[in-house]
Design a protein around this ligand. Sequence first.
Ligand code: PLP
Length: 396
Amino acid sequence: MASQQGRHFLQIPGPSPVPDRILRAMDMPVIDHRSAEFGRLGRDVLDGIKTVFGTTQPVVIYPSSGTGAWEAAIVNTLSPGDTVLMAETGHFATLWRQIAARFGIEVDFIPGDWRRGADPAQIEARLAEDRAHRIKAVMVVHNETSTGSTSRIAEIRQAIDRTGHPALFMVDTISSLASVDYRHDEWRVDVTVSGSQKGLMLPPGLSFNAISEKALAAAKANSMPRSYWDWQEMVKINANGFFPYTPATNLLYGLREAIRMLHEEGLENVFARHQRLAAATRAAVRAWGLEILCENPAEYSPVLTTVMMPPSHDADQYRKVALERFNISLGSGLGKVAGKVFRIGHLGECNDLTLIGALSGVEMGLAAAGVPHRSGGVQAAMAVLEGQEESNTRKA
Ligand code: PLP
């Protein structure tokens, strides 16, 4: 086994590496969460995070992982016996569906093969059929972290609008926020769910609901019992920069720094950087002669690339060899693609050289694990980054 000196390459699609600047910003004494000083921090992050979601409406911040924010979106707006429409984009859509089902929600789950995003035409057809308006919400995962496919949220919004259906629109941006262009207000999303540990470059532990007026009204009228996740109390107390219970103070220091960093780079530049790194990664995968799980170029993820293993080779065995030899963590296959794929994260604190280092680890790992492939992937990625290759990246 090679020595493990130097930095670990955390190339999973979240949690992503936390920049030193954010680590330093969090290295602070804990303060009184009812003090005026905290109120200023609270206002900074509660206002600042809106700019990242593309909203002027309330965004609530929970001290929880993303799963909590998934549950919050459900318990605030829906009741047992309600029907919702979801699309089987992959493992995370399947998990969100399970949570809804546990709360007695009927889920119309549009089946999928995990190789593309949610289909706007299918959503439109289902809503058009629902003349009685039984469907209370359309729930879509923006970036399906298990597959590397990104759903076209703006097009889904248009599809919903064409039917005139009043369903709420809820979107999981846990692995897309601050990496992929996203517009909560412009796309009239009612609840946007997110988390801290991916594009926001923070440790795990914060989650978010961005909430439209329509969703707030639905929550007021909703009799589903809830307490910790309840929006009403949170939104009321947030107005002064405070929280109804003890917030994750030091993560909020980190969040304030993350928002500053995103705006210093410029959100447009952040999105373009992710597209470019993703295009270079895909060039590497193709040069290796391996297949990308996502089949639709319009839905390639800017956040991660999922690579299919050649038949009869185990992706987890390969990841183990890459970790032991080169100190690089790659994402595992989840759910029904376990062992069949591995995932390369290229999000957050990632630049050209980080990516080239990571792809070198992937390529050397393929050789070390005896996985059939052609060499030259890193070279192909460099050509994209140097602008010598026409990148077939999505221009979204
Ligand atoms: N949704 C998506 C798209 C995710 O990628 C994840 C986690 O990776 C989750 C939901 C669940 O979030 P958490 O693991 O923070 O609870």
